[in-house]
Design a protein around this ligand. Structure first.
Ligand code: IMP
Ligand code: MG
Length: 187
């Protein structure tokens, strides 16, 4: 059985790679509360549909939603672009479509992290075809220096450097999503 050797304040060892603390749980939660309050304010007369992009966003969305004070709905997409690598394959495929009808709805796309922006661009183009009343994007993390596509991220948890991060929903080859804080690959 493989185990996470040591999630503590110091480091997470994955084979020979060392991940060090980057954003601790309390800081993440504080920022999510602020985002929730902001979104609640902005949508106070509306019933938005939160659309989580699986798998990475599931923890972020579940924490965010607790701070939303307006009626809302939730649905999920599942996309794949990274495979098991640390670098995007540059291709996006749809693995699970939406169940709800977003036509005429106020939708908020929820991402764990925006890197090149390819995934968000793909979703925006797809959603546009269904004519939502409005569409905004909320991402816990954004790597501004990696953006290659013209996408606007309306709600950002944290801008971060273009380094590989894990934890709090973010995976490395599908693992480590369960870490409660976010760790960055030490270079
Ligand atoms: P993009 O399409 O290049 O913007 O990449 C977005 C997707 O790649 C995110 O939803 C993540 O699933 C994944 N991703 C990007 N950067 C990282 C990272 O540092 N750690 C883990 N996953 C990442
Ligand atoms: Mg993702």
């Amino acid at each position: 059985m493989s185990e996470i050797k040591n999630e503590n304040v110091d480091q997470v060892l994955i084979g020979k790679e060392v991940f060090v603390p980057f954003l601790e749980e309390a800081k993440i939660q504080k920022r999510i509360k602020e985002l929730g309050e902001q979104i609640s304010q902005d949508y106070k007369d509306k019933t938005p549909v939160f659309i989580g992009v699986l798998n990475g966003s599931f923890i972020f969305l579940s924490d965010l939603i607790k701070h939303i004070k307006v009626d809302c709905e939730i649905d999920f997409f599942k996309l794949s672009s990274y495979g098991d690598e640390k670098i995007s394959s540059g291709k996006v495929t749809m693995l699970k479509e939406l169940n709800c009808d977003v036509t005429g709805r106020d939708i908020i796309i929820i991402e764990d992290i925006v890197d090149s922006g390819l995934s968000i661009k793909f979703i925006e183009d797809l959603m546009d075809q269904h004519k939502p009343a409005s569409m905004k994007v909320c991402s816990l993390l954004v790597k501004p220096d990696s953006l290659r596509y013209n996408v606007k991220i309306h709600y950002i948890g944290f801008d971060i450097p273009s380094k590989f991060v894990i934890g709090y929903g973010l995976d490395y080859a599908q693992k480590y999503r369960n870490l409660t804080s976010i760790y960055v690959l030490r270079e």
